[in-house]
Design a protein around this ligand. Sequence first.
Ligand code: ZN
Ligand code: ZN
Length: 365
Amino acid sequence: MPKNAGAFGYYLTAAGQPLERRAFSPLQPGPSDVIVEVYGCGVCHTDVGFAFHGVPTRRALPLILGHEISGRVVDAGEQVGEWLGRSVIVPAVIPCGNCAACIAGRSTICRHQFMPGNDGDGGFASHVRVPARGLCAVPEVLPDGITLDALSVVADAVTTPFEAIRRSGLGANDVAVFVGAGGVGGFGVQIAAALGAAVVAIDVDPFRLELAAKHGASLALDARTAGEKELKSAVRSFVKESGRKGIGLKIFETSGTSAGQQTAFGLLDHGAHLAVVGFTPQKVELRLSNLMAFDATARGNWGCPPEQYPCALALVLSKKVVLDPFIERHPLSDAPAVFRAVAEHQVRRRAILVPNSQHTAESLR
Ligand SMILES: [Zn+2]
Ligand SMILES: [Zn+2]
């Protein structure tokens, strides 16, 4: 009897079409693969790009999307039997470990990487097959109030800003500005605050701004009522009052909108570091020479190397980064409607699709 009989998933069959529930034959692990019973899978704007905006997936459709996965290993290949029965977070980007980029320590640009829900079927399913390489082990006993399904957001929404922050060299002497305090920025704000930085959150949604202010942002600015100049002068005064002596702002574009990118770029000052974390297919017009004039740096990151996951997870398990106020759970059967709502910007928290709500209820009991 295969360990994942009755498996099913929600497939994207063509861009613009609602996701479709289909059963699939039981998954067999290759020698170094595991089969994960999905406890939770977060919905990312990248998924929305695939589903609605014609961003092509690397494997042809039909494909099960979803790259923000937590769950339990129910079957394992002969070389990776030690994972059987373990609770895990599946990294959003799983590098090969052997190529020139991986050996050079640039595993996020590995051309042989596997991204669930892009290079193969992903986590909007009862089960998913992934390489065991890079899996992040989750302790079997979790702190009060933290459940395995909620930890799915560590796979991308927590680790991607974590890596952007790590690369920026952010420390306690710095001011961090997050443009976009939604699913990704809300965690970025908390991580930066946990590192001791003074944090500014900019958003267009008062609900998100309030949440950011409660969880690490000392200044919350509404971009609907403040123009580029006002934002810049508010941030400048904040830097002065904060007493932080770090050189240059650390700016994080976490909105994934062209307006947000424009705002973030407009905040550049001398020696600034601009991290592009959010994704949008839209273009923006910028005076790129500002990078030269300010001797500033702009940098992107495609996910986070698996070896950084335990550090990011530790911030969550120690509750320096809280998940619950920033997430909302939905049954996987609501996947088509949740996708539409996320695409229409009606979901203010990170949406997690849960195949079996029994698991959440059990662990909260
Ligand atoms: Zn993502
Ligand atoms: Zn590689």
